[in-house]
Design a protein around this ligand. Structure first.
Ligand SMILES: *[C@@H]1O[C@H](CO)[C@@H](O)[C@H](O)[C@H]1NC(C)=O
Ligand SMILES: *[C@@H]1O[C@H](CO)[C@@H](O)[C@H](O)[C@H]1NC(C)=O
Ligand SMILES: *[C@@H]1O[C@H](CO)[C@@H](O)[C@H](O)[C@H]1NC(C)=O
Ligand SMILES: *[C@@H]1O[C@H](CO)[C@@H](O)[C@H](O)[C@H]1NC(C)=O
Ligand SMILES: *[C@@H]1O[C@H](CO)[C@@H](O)[C@H](O)[C@H]1NC(C)=O
Ligand SMILES: *[C@@H]1O[C@H](CO)[C@@H](O)[C@H](O)[C@H]1NC(C)=O
Length: 388
């Protein structure tokens, strides 16, 4: 390459840069002058940003005209109940698009064909929406074009009128159907989750590291963790955990190195410091899992009552309200009840039949002793039964 040619290339590139920057703050006409497009600081980096914040759009049609060089699109504070097919248009690829933030748009439905041309997106934020992904609104391949997605934000994303158990099942179908092989972080805070009935919900995300479940109403770690081979962090802050059983805690032993290097955050849970918490106390002192700030966890209540507001680590005496609910005792109690019921049943049947049995025996005896007196034998039990 001659130096003349090189100079020309440099010159052209420089001119294009100038032209580019002179258009930088102007969005395409479809954006109605409500958004800001151009280089801006996003999370500490200069990025080409399209920023439509509190723009009160009632549809997302303008996003079809998104500038090709866009790296971050912020579309929040609008009212788009149903996301259309091909929200970023059918034509263009967006090779630089890395972040899509669609927080707070009153989104109720995302179609299976909404997100195309998103193959380089690493972060998708759908916080504070009214998503309904259950029933005929389940589109398992909804995120299937996000082949490089690393971080999925679904904080307070779901409609409160759909039971969390149902949408978590639908979410598992989405995880399976969308093949999110690179997804490392899932945010599910503030979703009124009480319990997770599908224990393998996170097992189909091979790169998963962080599970954010803070500010829910969860009382147990009911999902599998042993299947999450890259697990790094489980956030369960501010939930409704009273205590955790050996059964739950032993799951961490299935992790590589028994959970060494895994962080667990249980801050702000209402621990009940009665005898049920013995396993958790024991585990906290011995586990390899890094339980964040465990020295400052406090008892919300307890037995003896003096345990309330005490630090978990300072609790030395714990009592049981009733018999401790240990498993083998449960079985013993159950067996006892069954035995009692059986004996009672035998006694009742025995009593009900006693008269006729006795009559029968007597009759048999009489039959043996006084052969031939059949009328007497047959009439006697009937007479007696009438009087019972
Ligand atoms: C986007 O715009 C809103 C208001 O117009 C502003 O408050 C916010 O800081 C902008 N975001 C970024 C990342 O520049
Ligand atoms: C949002 O849009 C829906 C229809 O798409 C409409 O019924 C509702 O009133 C709108 N809400 C606001 C706050 O504008
Ligand atoms: C969610 O979608 C399902 C299926 O379309 C529907 O039956 C249910 O009523 C919806 N729930 C809400 C709260 O919109
Ligand atoms: C899932 O994605 C991986 C790599 O991203 C690919 O190799 C694999 O074939 C995909 N599986 C399915 C079922 O699409
Ligand atoms: C879940 O817990 C929060 C905080 O403790 C509480 O305000 C909320 O009412 C609970 N959710 C439901 C659905 O009861
Ligand atoms: C839980 O495990 C610990 C340590 O292995 C053991 O001492 C304790 O008895 C177990 N608790 C129950 C209820 O089985």
């Amino acid at each position: 390459m001659s130096s003349k040619k090189l100079a020309m290339y440099v010159c052209v590139a420089w001119m294009m840069a100038i032209i580019g920057s002179s258009f930088a703050t102007t969005c395409p006409p479809d954006f109605g002058g409500r958004c800001v497009c151009g280089q801006a600081n996003y999370n500490g980096k200069e990025r080409y940003l399209v920023n439509c914040t509190n723009t009160h759009f009632n549809d997302a049609a303008m996003l079809e005209k998104l500038p090709i060089q866009t790296e971050v699109v912020i579309f929040t504070g609008n009212n788009v109940t149903s996301m259309p097919w091909n929200v970023f248009g059918k034509m263009n690829d967006y090779p630089y698009l890395e972040v899509i933030d669609m927080t707070n748009n009153n989104i109720q439905e995302i179609k299976g064909k909404t997100y195309h041309h998103v193959k380089n997106v690493k972060t998708l934020i759908l916080n504070h929406n009214q998503l309904n992904i259950t029933g005929d609104k389940t589109h398992p391949r909804i995120f299937s074009n996000f082949v490089n997605l690393e971080s999925l934000h679904l904080t307070n994303a779901f409609s409160e009128s759909v039971d969390s158990k149902e949408y978590l099942v639908a979410l598992e179908q989405i995880f399976v159907g969308s093949n999110l092989t690179k997804l490392a972080k899932v945010h599910l805070e503030q979703n009124e989750i009480w319990s997770i009935k599908n224990p393998n919900i996170f097992c189909t995300l091979p790169s998963l590291m962080d599970i954010q479940l803070g500010d829910n109403n969860i009382s147990d770690i009911s999902f599998n963790v042993g299947c999450i081979h890259n697990l790094r962090f489980i956030d369960l802050r501010n939930n409704k955990i009273h205590s955790l059983s050996n059964n739950t805690l032993s799951k961490f032993e299935d992790l590589p190195n028994q959970g060494l290097g895994v962080k667990l955050d249980l801050m702000g849970n209402p621990f009940i410091c009665d005898c049920q918490i013995a396993d958790l106390l024991n585990w906290l002192r011995t586990t390899k899992v890094d339980v964040l700030e465990k020295e400052s966890y406090t008892c919300y209540d307890g037995l003896p009552a003096a345990n309330a507001d005490e630090l978990l680590y300072n609790v030395h005496q714990i009592q049981c309200a009733f018999a401790p609910k240990q498993e083998y005792q449960g079985t013993t109690v159950l067996l006892g009840i069954l035995l009692f019921l059986m004996i009672s049943l035998i006694l009742i049947i025995g009593y009900m039949n006693f008269t006729s049995v006795r009559a029968g025996t007597v009759a048999l005896w009489e039959k043996v002793v006084h052969r031939g007196q059949y009328t007497h034998i047959l009439s006697k039990p009937e007479e007696q039964e009438v009087h019972v």
